[in-house]
Ligand binder design. Structure first.
Ligand code: AMP
Length: 285
């Protein structure tokens, strides 16, 4: 596997690949890789001639300086994992390489899509996501780019970005990979201590509880139950729980006549902020 740290080198490499007619699959990540990432990398390796993974903890998408500072960085271990899944190129630039000027004034607007959930609770987050995804798409010029449903709203934002800026890339989305106890895999899970790690699967349990009630109760009652359930779990502070339209991410107040909903939540488990979601087909519950 080739490890590239410079912007000019990845540009040259990608241009050569494109000229020789190779298809490029791209998996953008922030590293501390786990099975959720590896699923995307395996799919890319199967569907493209060349797979490029980026590892970049993007400062512009963090609204909390501690979260940025404490985000796990495990490049040596990641490099080994990438070699094992036949990744061809790792692009791992330094922040100064990606952002030669300290501040970017670029402002994106995603309208209603960013007014809810992660957009509402993490000011500037999706602007930072849009900047880095745009930059990486320009540098890597992928034919296909792989994302996880774990970050459902991010997928919707990137889809809108690709459409609005006419990026010639096909987005491929894969389901959330979970630990055996249901906890959604996340790089941030490594920051949980033993008690917090034990408490964390309750986020998934809360989503399952909501799923089981979708046909029996009104949405406000389901929300109240999720709030009550998680308020009993020590060390867990729920930030939001929403029943949303899976495409627009707008709140669904009444599920009657609705085909599918996304149950989405964010919570602090100790000092670590986690998100999770579940897509529910209402014809199947
Ligand atoms: P991150 O490194 O957290 O920015 O994630 C990089 C990509 O992996 C994003 O598209 C995430 O949605 C995806 N991803 C992260 N965790 C999971 C998971 N547990 N299951 C599936 N995809 C995931």
């Amino acid at each position: 596997m080739e490890v590239i740290k410079q912007v000019h080198t990845i540009r040259e490499r990608v241009q050569a690949l494109r000229c020789s007619g190779k298809t490029i699959g791209f998996v953008p990540t922030m590293g501390a890789l786990h099975q959720g990432h590896l699923q995307l990398l395996n799919a890319s390796a199967q569907q493209n001639d060349v797979t490029i993974c980026s590892i970049f903890v993007n400062p512009t998408q963090f609204n909390n300086p501690d979260d940025y500072k404490l985000y796990p960085r495990t490049l040596d271990q990641d490099t080994e994992l990438l070699q094992a899944v036949n990744c061809d190129i790792l692009f791992a630039p330094a922040a100064e390489e990606v952002y030669p000027q300290q501040h970017t004034l670029l402002q994106f607007s995603f309208g209603a899509l960013e007014a809810v959930m992660e957009g509402a609770h993490r000011p500037g987050h999706f602007n930072g996501v849009a900047i880095i995804v745009s930059k990486l798409f320009h540098l890597v010029q992928p034919h296909r780019a792989y994302f996880g449903q774990k970050d459902l709203q991010q997928v919707a934002i990137v889809r809108q970005l690709v459409h609005a800026l006419s990026f010639d890339v096909k987005l491929v989305c894969f389901p959330t990979v979970r630990e055996e106890d249901g906890l959604a895999m996340s790089s941030r899970n490594t920051r949980l201590n033993a008690a917090q790690r034990q408490a964390a699967p309750n986020l998934y349990k809360a989503l399952k509880l909501a799923e089981a009630q979708l046909k029996q109760k009104e949405v406000p009652a389901i929300k109240a139950d999720v709030v009550a359930y998680l308020s009993q779990v020590e060390g867990v502070a729920l930030e939001y729980f929403e029943v949303a339209d899976p495409a627009t991410l707008q709140p669904v107040e009444d599920v009657r006549g609705v085909q599918e909903v996304a149950l989405c939540l964010a919570a602090a488990v100790g000092p670590v902020r986690l998100i999770d979601n579940m897509l529910v087909n209402l014809n199947e519950v």
